[in-house]
Design a protein around this ligand. Structure first.
Ligand code: ADP
Ligand code: MG
Length: 259
């Protein structure tokens, strides 16, 4: 379970560019919940994910993961239990390293220090098996530098890497937004499959209203660093895209609570 209590984050305090990115945000995410986050540009969605990942420390408030206070824990220590996929398919992988080498790094991440496992035949075949599971034919391209692959292929591999060892939290920040429609659909299908299979606690930011309604089991709308709408699965399932867009456009609409 992840708990954020009264988290605030202000950028550029005391300057004309001051922005309150998180305005006293409180949020509890039970284990196994797949939470979708929507909201206008600048409403604080990425800041919420960055706060959980430890990219920065909130100015006030606290963040706990499974009861452990991680508010001041640096990002590199959280990397052990947090998986992240960003919008940019070029983030998160080393372009000149091969598919196999990138996956090997992901497989070793967070393990206690010990002699590094090389790419033995058995390990290589395990990696290949996992890549075959993506259903993209990439198992035949294990020795290709990852930078030569398409955005969709890279994003599918980044997703596999982020979940290679099931993380306590999976953070997806508009991870299909930069892909062509076919690749976006494929990566979204893989996302649902992996999250369901591994029962991952997941936060996914999207601007796609169809995804917002059809994916996950809770829907949050953020506005000016706060939660403006919080719909449980049942309430979410009764909404239409038109209604959701109306609420989005309506700004400070009715605040609904749920988990
Ligand atoms: N590192 C930063 N420095 C200054 N301002 C920032 C920084 N990160 C985010 N912001 C500002 O905080 C607000 C919220 O940003 P963000 O969380 O990225 O929004 P969203 O992801 O919802 O589009 C925006 O006004 C943005 O410009
Ligand atoms: Mg963002």
């Amino acid at each position: 379970m992840i708990e954020l209590t009264n988290c605030t984050k202000t950028f550029g305090e005391g300057t004309p560019n001051m922005v309150v990115a998180l305005a006293g945000l409180t949020l509890t995410i039970p284990d196994g919940q797949f939470l979708v986050v929507i909201g206008a540009n600048g409403s604080g969605k990425s800041t919420l994910l960055n706060g959980i990942a430890g990219t920065f420390t909130p100015d006030t408030g606290s963040i706990t993961v499974d009861g452990v206070d991680v508010t001041n824990q640096p990002a590199y220590r959280r990397a052990r239990y947090i998986g992240r996929v960003f919008q940019n398919p070029f983030a998160g992988t080393a372009p000149t390293m091969t598919v196999a080498e990138n996956l090997r790094l992901a497989a070793l991440r967070g393990l206690p220090k010990r002699p590094l496992i090389g790419l033995s035949r058995a390990f290589r075949s395990e990696l290949q098996h996992r890549v075959a599971g993506l259903g993209m034919g990439l198992e035949d391209r294990m020795e290709t530098p990852i930078g030569l692959l398409s955005g969709g292929q890279r994003q599918a591999l980044t997703l596999l890497m982020a979940t290679f060892r099931p993380p306590a939290i999976l953070l997806l920040d508009e991870h299909t937004a930069a892909l062509d429609p076919g690749s976006a659909t494929k990566v979204m299908e893989l996302t649902k499959q992996i999250v369901n299979e591994k029962k991952l606690t997941t936060l996914m930011v999207t601007h796609d209203m169809e995804q917002a309604l059809n994916v996950g089991n809770r829907l949050l709308m953020m506005e000016r660093g706060a939660i403006a709408m919080d719909l449980a699965e049942q309430e979410k399932s009764q909404l239409t895209i038109a209604e959701l867009i109306a609420r989005f456009a309506g700004g400070r609409g009715s605040v609904v609570s749920g988990q």
